[in-house]
Each structure stands twice: as structure tokens, then as C-alpha cells.
Design a protein around this ligand. Structure first.
Ligand code: GTP
Ligand code: MG
Length: 151
């Protein structure tokens, strides 16, 4: 079972898309382990996007992520890192397919509604950057997609 870090970006929060986005991951069968509406300071934002620190848009990206509250979440599920990236859709609105979150809601590549971890390593790093690891709840015993119950 994998965990991932998902974050509704400031544009998604402003546009009232938190419920719609959470609904999609709940309907898929994933489990929410923690969530918080928070304002991100520059240090946390720079840490989150450190892999882009040499890109020309890094400053703009940090300005955007710190521009208003984000909704940070930890989710768990089978292959959730890859599946959630598929559900999120491509970075560019020209490539994000209808039915994906960005395909349905994002108009620009700068303000694209949601972030999702792209690997196990980044998921661990990003969760630790945003959450106290002790505050993350464990999966419910009666989780419907528990592998012990699948045939
Ligand atoms: P994240 O889930 O947010 O990491 O998006 P991603 O993995 O689909 O894309 P990537 O990691 O390559 O880029 C990170 C984020 O940088 C994107 O989601 C955009 O918000 C932003 N970004 C990408 N290209 C540009 C750009 O040309 N200008 C600006 N301002 N932001 C960009
Ligand atoms: Mg990325």
C-alpha cells in the first residue's frame, strides 16, 4: 500500500474545488489519512519544489504557491502515486485529457489546480515537509480494498 501527498493549489482553493477533488479520490477507493488548509511559507514552498530551483519560473512558482491557502492532503491506496498522477492529468492544459482533474478544471500550466507526488521518494519527502508524521492516521481496519479481502 502506498501513500502520496496531494495538494489543492491556491487557484483550486479560491475556485472552490476542494470538495470536487476530494470526491474523486474517495470515489476511487483511496483513504484520506490527513488534510489541512494552510498557508505555505516561502521556505516550505522552496523545499517542496527544490527540483525546479534552477528553472526560470522557480520564483513565480514559489510566489504562486505562497499566494493563498492550499489544501494539503495525505492519501493511501494501491499504486496511488501512479494512479493519482493519471487522475490529475498532464501539466499542460493542451495535453491534459478531459476526465482528468487538470483536463476538466485547469486553463494554464502555471495555475493547474493540484499537485501530486511523482515517486515514492518525493511522496515521503513531501509528506514530511507538510505534516508531522505522528499526526497521520493509520488505515481503517475495514478499508474496502484491503488486500486480505480481495480474491
Ligand atoms: P506538480 O504536481 O505541481 O509538481 O506538477 P507536475 O509534476 O505536473 O509538473 P512539474 O513538476 O514539471 O512542474 C511543477 C509545477 O511548476 C507545475 O505544476 C506548474 O504549476 C509549474 N510550472 C511548470 N511550468 C511552468 C512555467 O513555465 N511557468 C510557471 N510559472 N510555472 C510552471
Ligand atoms: Mg512535479
Amino acid at each position: 500500500m502506498q501513500r502520496t501527498f496531494l495538494m489543492v493549489k491556491p487557484d483550486g482553493v479560491k475556485r472552490g474545488l476542494i470538495g470536487e477533488i476530494m470526491k474523486r479520490f474517495e470515489q476511487k477507493g483511496f483513504t484520506l489519512l490527513n488534510a489541512e488548509l494552510m498557508t505555505v511559507d516561502r521556505a516550505k514552498a522552496e523545499n517542496h519544489y527544490f527540483e525546479h530551483q534552477d528553472k526560470p519560473f522557480f520564483g513565480e512558482l514559489v510566489n504562486f504557491i505562497t499566494s493563498g491557502p492550499v489544501f494539503a492532503m495525505v492519501w493511501e491506496g494501491e499504486n496511488i502515486i501512479e494512479v493519482s498522477r493519471t487522475m490529475i492529468g498532464k501539466t499542460s492544459p493542451l495535453e491534459a485529457l478531459p476526465g482528468t482533474i487538470r483536463g476538466d478544471f485547469a486553463c494554464t500550466k502555471e495555475e493547474n489546480v493540484i499537485h501530486g507526488s511523482d515517486s515514492l521518494l518525493s511522496a515521503e519527502r513531501e509528506i514530511a515537509n507538510f505534516f508531522d508524521l505522528l499526526s497521520i492516521r493509520s488505515r481503517d481496519e475495514d478499508y474496502p480494498y484491503d488486500e486480505r479481502k480481495s480474491v
